[in-house]
Design a protein around this ligand. Structure first.
Ligand SMILES: [Fe+2]
Length: 276
C-alpha cells in the first residue's frame, strides 16, 4: 500500500499546484484526498467483516485497496478543469459537466501499475446507476475477463465504502448543507418540499436520479435512497447502527416536508434496512 500512497500523492500534488492557495478548488482537492483515505478504511472494514470477501486471496485484497484509494482520482483533475473554466461555475449545470469517473478511468488506464479491470471498472462506474453500468462496454469487457468475479466484487465494495464515508461526513459535519448543490440552490427550490417524481422513485425502491432532484428535501431523500444500492450486509448494518436514516429524516421538517411524509419514509426505511 505504501507504493500506492506515493503514486496517489503524485496525482494529488499535480492538482494542488495548479490551483491557488486558499481557493475553493484547493479545499475541494484536499477534501477529496481525505475522502479517498476514508473510503479505503471503510472498504477494508467491510472486507474484514464479509465472509464472501475475507477469505479471498491477498491479490484480491491488494487490487481492492488500490481501487478504493484511487476511485475518485478523477476529482483532482476535475477541480483543475473547473478552476480553468470559471465562466461555467455560475450555474448548477457545472455539477454534471465533468464525469470524474471517466476522467479517473482515462488517467489510470495510462498508468501500467493500475491498468487492470479490477481497478478500472470501479473507478469508471462507482458513482453511476447500476442499470447504466450493466449496459456499458466496460462491464461487458469485465465479464469476458478471467477477473470478472473480482472486478464486480470490487466495484460493489467501492460503491458501498464510498457511501459509508459520505454518510459519516454528512452526519458529523452537516456536509449536505456545505456542498455546492446546497450553495447554488435558490431559496424557492431549497424549501419546495418533496417532488412527486422523487417520492415515486423512493417508494419503488430505486436510488433517486440526480437529474430529478429539485428541492433540498429531494436531495435528502436521495441520500436516504442509497439504502437501495448497498451491496454487503456489513454496510447495511453500519447504516442502521449509525442511525443515518434518522439523522437525515430529522433535517426534513426545516425544508417543508410534512410529519406525515416523514412518517411514511421512516417506516419504509426501517422495513428496508432491517429495523431500527
Ligand atoms: Fe468517492
Amino acid at each position: 500500500m505504501t507504493e500506492d500512497f506515493i503514486e496517489f500523492k503524485k496525482y494529488y500534488r499535480e492538482a494542488v499546484k495548479s490551483v491557488p492557495d486558499d481557493s475553493f478548488f484547493k479545499e475541494s482537492i484536499n477534501h477529496k484526498y481525505r475522502h479517498s483515505v476514508e473510503v479505503l478504511r471503510a472498504g477494508e472494514l467491510i472486507m474484514q467483516e464479509t465472509d464472501e470477501l475475507k477469505n479471498l486471496s491477498e491479490d484480491f485484497k491488494k487490487y481492492a485497496q488500490k481501487a478504493l484509494l484511487f476511485h475518485d482520482v478523477g476529482r483532482f483533475e476535475e477541480a483543475v478543469l473547473r478552476y480553468n473554466t470559471p465562466h461555467l461555475e455560475a450555474n448548477s449545470e457545472v455539477l454534471n459537466r465533468y464525469d470524474h469517473g471517466l476522467i479517473g478511468y482515462n488517467t489510470m488506464r495510462q498508468n501500467p501499475l493500475y491498468n487492470d479491470i479490477r481497478i478500472l471498472l470501479a473507478i469508471r462506474y462507482h458513482g453511476k446507476m447500476m442499470d447504466e453500468v450493466k449496459k456499458s462496454a466496460l462491464w461487458a469487457e469485465a465479464e469476458q475477463s478471467p477477473q470478472a468475479d473480482a472486478a464486480k466484487k470490487i466495484l460493489y465494495l467501492v460503491r458501498d465504502a464510498d457511501k459509508l464515508a459520505n454518510l459519516a461526513k454528512i452526519k458529523s459535519d452537516d456536509h449536505l448543507r456545505k456542498d455546492i448543490f446546497y450553495k447554488l440552490l435558490p431559496d424557492e427550490a431549497k424549501y419546495a418540499g418533496l417532488s412527486e417524481t422523487v417520492m415515486r422513485q423512493f417508494f419503488a425502491e430505486q436510488t433517486i436520479l440526480s437529474a430529478t432532484v429539485y428541492s433540498f428535501a429531494d436531495r435528502i431523500l436521495q441520500v436516504i435512497s442509497w439504502i437501495f444500492d448497498l451491496n454487503y450486509r456489513k454496510t447495511k448494518e453500519i447504516f442502521t447502527q449509525e442511525k443515518y436514516g434518522t439523522y437525515l429524516l430529522n433535517l426534513m421538517p426545516e425544508y417543508n416536508v410534512s410529519a406525515d411524509e416523514i412518517k411514511q419514509i421512516s417506516e419504509f426505511t426501517d422495513k428496508k434496512s432491517g429495523g431500527k
